[in-house]
Design a binder for this molecule. Sequence first.
Ligand code: UTP
Ligand code: MN
Length: 461
Amino acid sequence: MGQNSESVTHVVSENNSGDEVFELLAKQSGICRAALIDITWFTESMAAGKPLEIENRHRLQVNRTADRSATDIPVSQYACQRRTTLNNRNNLFTNALKILAENAEFCENEGRNLAFARASSILKSLPYRVTKMDDLQGIPSLGEHSKKVIKEILEDGNCGEVEKLIQNERYQTLKRFTSIFGVGVKTADKWYREGLRTLHELKASKIKLTKEQEAGLLYYEDLIVPVTMAEADSIRKIVEEAVHRFLPAAVVKLTGGFRRGKESGHDVDLLITHQDEGKEQGLLHQVINWMAVQGMILYDDITDNRDQKWKTKEPELFDHFAKCYLIFKLQKDMVNVVDLNTSGDHDSLAVNEAKEMGLGGQAGTCEHAGCASVKDKDWKAIRVDLVVAPFSQYAYALLGWTGSRLFERDLRRYAKHFKHMSLSSHSLFDNEQKRFLMAATEEEIFAHLGLDYIPPQERNA
Ligand code: UTP
Ligand code: MN
C-alpha cells in the first residue's frame, strides 16, 4: 500500500482499529478518501465472487474524527513535513501559479515569488484533485491572491491574469532571455530595457556577453531540450569512468531532480566523494582536464572551494564545495538506443513552453558553423553540475543537492525555527549545544531534526 493514489478505493484491514488504519494512511499520504473496511467485506466478497456493496457493518469505526474531510488532517506549512510525489493532481492550478511566481521573480519581488511557489507546492502535495473551494479549507500557505486564481480556474477553466501575462511582452522576453545559460533576471531586464526582444536581436547587437552567456547562446537549441533520464545516466557513467582513472574507489552519485524520480530535467547534477577524506582534493581539475582532452567539454567553469563567488548570489543555496558548471558534449551513440527515440519526440513541458512562446524558433539563426545542422549532428550539448564533497559532509551534500529547492528551503527554515539548528549542504549546527551534528546518511539528518524520513521521490515540493 506504498502509493495510495486516487485509484485506491478500498482499504481492507484485519485486526487494526479504524483509528490505527486512518492514522497510518494519514501518515503516508496526508489525506485518504478510500473506504476503510473490515476483512469481513473481503471474505464475503470472495464468497460471492464479486465485490459487494459496502454496508455500515463492514466499515471500520473511526472515532477520532467524525467526518473524514480534507479539513481534518492538518497539512504542514513546511514542505519537509509533507510527502510530495510527482503525481500532481492539481496541474491546472500549479501551472498557473508557477507562471505568476515566475513573473514575480522577473519583477524581483521575492516575497510574492515565494508566496506563489508555496501555494503551488502545497497543491502538489494534496492526494486529491481540488474540485471546489471547500477542498481548500484548513490548507495553509494559500494567500488571498492564490485562492482567487484557483477560484477563477474552477469557475472559468482559466485565470485571466495568467492568460494576460502569457501574452505580455516583458514576461515573454524575460522568459526567453533567462532561458539562456548564464543570464539572470537582472541581465535579462537590462537587455529588455535597452529594447532587445529576441535572441536574433541580441546576437545582432554589440552587447558584451560573458563567456558563459556566449556558450549559452551557442548551444541554446540543445540546452532548451530537456535532458532525459537515459542521457543523465550515460553522463553519470562517463564521468564515473573519468573519476575512476584518478580515484578508483570514488563514488559518483546522480542527484537533483533525477534522484527524485523525474524523467527529465534541465541539467545533470552529479555528486562525487571518496571514503578516505582528503583523497578527493584536486580530483575535479584532473577529471575536467582529462575530459577536455577527450573532447567531451564544450564549456567549463570550475569554482574552487576557496572562491568566494557564491557569496554574491542566493546565500541559502550556495555552498563552498569544489564544483564545476559545465556544458558536456554527449555523443548520441553513448545513449541507450531505445531512449534516444523518446528524446527525439520530446513533448516535455519545457520544450512545449519554449515552442508556445516562440523561443526555439528564435535560436534558429545560429551562426556557429557546427550548429547549422542541429538535427543531423551526432552529439548533444548538456548542462552538467559536478560537485565534490568531503566524505564527512557527504550526507549533507546529498540532501542539499537532491532538492527540490522549496524542500531544501523549508528543511532549513524548520531546523532554525523548531530546533535552533543551522542546516546547510555541509553540516548541521546545534546553536544551543554549540556543536556540529555528524551524519553518515540522510536518515540520520532527518532524525537529528526530529522529522519523519522523507525519501527523495517524495521531496518533489
Ligand atoms: P537544480 O537547479 O538542478 O534543480 O538543482 P532540479 O531539482 O535538479 O531540477 P531540474 O530538473 O534540473 O530543473 C538541484 C538541487 O541542487 C541544489 C538545490 O537545492 C536544488 O534543489 N543546488 C543547486 C545547490 O545547492 N546549489 C546550486 O548552486 C545549485
Ligand atoms: Mn538538476
